[in-house]
Design a binder for this molecule. Structure first.
Ligand SMILES: [Zn+2]
Length: 289
């Protein structure tokens, strides 16, 4: 009898630790999805509740249910976000629209939201660039999440209020031909322009252990050997620091000093972000007041 009781107790504590593990697993997934997409964690909880209610046991059915809820919430977000002061940037390019987010994945993860003011700034920049250099697409990268000020779009700690947006650089191939809508890195980030030894390098020799400044040396050889299309780069930055400032209240633009020097930019809206923030020689960070 005592032996029987022991067995029951063992079985109980086994199923208890199993449910604790399952709870931790769900919390980790909710956290991960929330940090990655903002609404993904909520979609997961809704899907979990429905699958409990309907006693859905198969993994692929549960996964499909999550996807269904997530896609539905993502569409609804596009409609609801403007009420909370955020609009989405376009996910696909067209002849009429010369502004596009680098990849539909940015949209699928809800990383393409900005304040209406930043939205107008992005469209106006794209229009200006296409007017000055016909056939030019302007590519936006990470923007902000659709809801809540103060909720950062990781790994960008400051992209938390709708007022920040990153743009991809304009590139040309080794022969000097402009590459429209093309970036060196498939996601637009991490293909760094390497400074020459004689260039200004304010972070050289520092060894910060807590830093967002990653060099990612191992992946650099994977990116194609495209060059910066300097004319378009200069024109875009010039427009941002003139019309961008007067019409859309551009506050600052982050660029590494070696690029600022190379492009001959002297406007003081263009700044160095500091050594603890991410490198800014792979993309252009713009923020408005
Ligand atoms: Zn940024």
């Amino acid at each position: 009898m005592a032996q029987e009781n022991g067995k029951v107790r063992n079985r109980n504590s086994g199923s208890q630790s199993h449910s604790v593990l399952r709870f931790i697993f769900h919390v980790a997934i909710v956290l991960f999805l929330t940090l990655l997409t903002q609404i993904g964690g909520i979609a997961y909880l809704i899907a979990l509740a429905i699958s409990r209610l309907w006693a859905v046991r198969r993994f692929w059915l549960r996964a499909a249910l999550f996807l269904f809820v997530y896609v539905g919430l993502t569409f609804a977000t596009g409609l609801i976000a403007p009420i909370f002061g955020r609009v989405s940037l376009p996910c696909l390019a067209s002849d009429a629209n010369k502004l596009v987010v680098r990849s539909p994945i940015y949209c699928a993860f809800n990383r393409n939201y900005v304040t209406p003011q930043v939205g107008e700034l992005a469209y106006a920049l794209a229009e200006e660039m296409d007017k000055e250099f016909p056939g030019t697409t302007t590519v936006a990268l990470d923007a902000n999440f659709p809801f809540l000020s103060g909720f950062p779009l990781l790994p960008h700690l400051t992209h938390a209020d709708g007022r920040k947006i990153d743009f991809a650089y304009y590139y040309k191939d080794a022969d000097g031909s402009f590459l429209d809508g093309v970036t060196r890195s498939p996601i637009g980030y991490f293909a760094f322009e390497q400074p020459a030894a004689s260039d200004e390098q304010r972070c050289k020799g520092r060894n910060d252990w807590l830093t967002g400044r990653w060099d990612l040396k191992a992946i650099q050889p994977l990116f194609p050997d495209y060059r910066l299309e300097e004319q378009r780069m200069v024109a875009a930055i010039h427009w941002l620091t003139t019309e961008g400032v007067t019409r859309f209240a551009v506050e600052k633009i982050f660029l590494e000093p070696h690029l600022t020097n190379k492009l001959g930019i002297t406007d003081d809206h263009v700044r160095f972000q500091g050594c603890r923030a991410a490198r800014h020689d792979d993309h252009l960070h713009v923020q408005v007041q």
